[in-house]
Ligand binder design. Structure first.
Ligand code: XMP
Length: 518
């Protein structure tokens, strides 16, 4: 499959470049900016290379630099922001700091309107700039295609050497026609074939999985979340279902009806070996009397490892592969990039477990989603026939409700929280609010407050509602909840869950708070 290689120099929007190229129908892969461009990396499939932005300045001593080979390839090269500056700096041009940095919207004016990079783009558009350095002198052989409204070089080209450059960031949504410019590069200049689609992904992944796993058994731990469910669906579609073992461990800290829903969904996807492990007491027992958040997490994590090992030994005979729902972003965030996945870990369940480490050493880890971004996983899920409600579900942490019950976690508290959380989420769906929110959940506080129930005074639990908007969970803003909905949801909860006497709304953003309470 044709692909565009992106050299990552640490720019914040590097991943977005990959997304946009893929949206244009071409597979894009991100690698470290200073990777040696050897034959394993520069395969025939690579039709073009993009040099990303960076927080560095090219004239700093330790600024990241590409393998010099990149300047003499016989495929097109595009530099974006720092990428353009490093091309200029290393090819006889000059880059210098600006007195006044150029940030945000900047109108672009063409000087060479027939440049292939800007075909079918209006001759005036608004770009998105973010640079403190600029091209003082173009490198020999390069021509100015466009200027910014601050009269700074915005687009350059060297048609003879097939090297192109953009000072602005076409990948960010604020940049008008940014997608079109990247599509011009990938499709017209590089001539890459539009072959990236989820149907194609299933075909290719199927071939890969069959080659790797063949007739062996594969085990996947299912958490009920989107990634593991989609990974399960894909394994069932591509391999013999008799060889696919899906293990779900009920920790007692799952959401309402989670276990039933997970079983039902996986059966619909053709699961034959569904191992639903009721480990509620194995988790809740050791948690008795424990209130320290770190101690709780450790108990949950350790118990997971024990239960997993015990159950695998009980249910799976002989050797097997271990599948994980690792996403492309997990690989990039862990700093691994192409071809080097050692130590990449996905869910809290599998972090550093002896089983994962052993399987990785043996080369028996299967990661069928490792080329996909989260929204691509969702698309794939829909194609595999997984319900929209699951595919668009909010994230749920590995330790489950255990970190949403500050203080001691007991079965009774889990039951109360499960009920209240289910009402909250159902109300969000009914009101059309669920899809506007990145993550919503309830937290059961270990305090009682006074209330009146009928004619009697009562002491009920306090429930905190949380709803945040975010792109990636790294930072988050409080969801601007319509007051009417909030009031009605509060009443719905206190009317139906008698143990809860008071409902509050958490109005803390991240930072300084985290999304979860523990
Ligand atoms: P925080 O609370 O750190 O959470 O702002 C950011 C995102 O990560 C999720 N989260 C976890 N996910 N295991 C997980 O799989 C965990 O231990 C864990 N802790 C937090 C959280 O729900 C949010 O989406």
């Amino acid at each position: 499959m044709d692909k565009i290689l992106i050299l990552d120099f640490g720019g914040q929007t590097c991943q977005l470049i990959g997304r946009r190229i893929r949206e244009a129908g071409v597979y894009a892969e991100i690698i470290h900016g200073d990777c040696e461009l050897n034959d394993d990396i520069l395969t025939k499939e690579v039709k073009g290379v993009i040099l990303s932005g960076s927080p560095n300045s090219v004239y700093e001593k330790d600024s990241p630099k590409p393998d010099k080979k990149v300047y003499s390839l016989d495929i097109p090269v595009l530099g974006i922001c720092y990428g353009l500056q490093i091309i200029t700096h290393e090819n006889g041009g000059k880059v210098a700091p600006l007195e006044k940095k150029e940030y945000g919207r900047s109108a672009i004016d063409f000087t060479i309107p027939d440049s292939p990079l800007i075909q079918n783009i209006p001759d005036k558009f608004i770009s998105w700039m973010s640079h403190g350095d600029s091209l003082d002198k173009l490198a020999p052989g390069f021509e100015l295609v466009a200027m910014s409204e601050h009269k700074l070089p915005a687009i350059v080209e060297n048609r003879e050497r097939n090297i192109w450059g953009l000072q602005f960031h076409p990948e960010v949504t604020h940049c008008e026609h940014g997608n079109d410019i990247l599509a011009n590069f990938a499709l017209n200049i590089c001539g890459a074939e539009k072959s990236w689609s989820m149907d194609r992904y299933i075909e290719e992944e199927s071939a890969k999985l069959n080659k790797q796993v063949g007739d062996n058994k594969v085990l996947l731990l299912i958490s009920g979340g989107v990634d593991s469910t989609v990974a399960g669906g894909l394994l069932l579609k591509c391999l013999k279902p008799d060889n696919v073992f899906l293990m779900y461990i009920d920790t007692g800290m799952m959401r309402k009806n989670e276990t039933e829903k997970v079983s039902e969904n996986l059966k619909k996807l053709g699961a034959k070996n569904l191992l639903i492990i009721d480990a509620r007491h194995r988790f809740l027992g050791p948690l008795q009397g424990v209130t320290d958040p770190e101690a709780k997490r450790k108990i949950i994590g350790d118990t997971f490892i024990h239960v997993q090992e015990e159950e695998v030994a009980k249910h799976i005979e002989g050797d097997y592969f271990l599948a994980q729902g690792t996403l492309y972003t997990d690989l990039i965030e862990s700093g691994k990039g192409v071809g080097n996945k050692a130590g990449v870990i996905k869910s809290h369940h599998n972090v550093g477990t002896p089983l994962v480490e052993q399987k990785r050493k043996e080369g028996k880890i299967v990661e069928p989603l490792d080329m996909l971004y989260k929204d691509e996983v969702r698309k794939l899920g829909l194609l595999l026939g997984i319900e929209e409600k699951i595919v668009y579900r909010h994230p749920f942490p590995g330790p489950g409700l255990g970190i949403r019950i500050p203080g001691e976690v007991t079965e009774e508290r889990c039951d109360i929280l499960r009920e209240a959380d289910a009402i909250y989420i159902e109300e969000l769906h009914k009101r059309g609010l669920y899809s506007q929110i990145w993550q919503a959940f309830a937290v059961l506080l270990p305090v009682r407050s006074v209330g009146v129930a009928g004619d009697a005074r009562d002491y009920g639990y306090v429930l905190a509602l949380r709803a945040v908007v975010s792109h990636d969970g790294m930072t988050a803003d409080v969801f601007d909840f319509p007051t009417k909905d909030l009031l009605e949801i509060s009443s719905a909860i206190t009317n139906k869950v008698k143990e809860i006497g008071r409902v509050v709304y958490d109005i803390s953003s991240k930072p300084p708070s985290t999304i979860e309470w523990e």
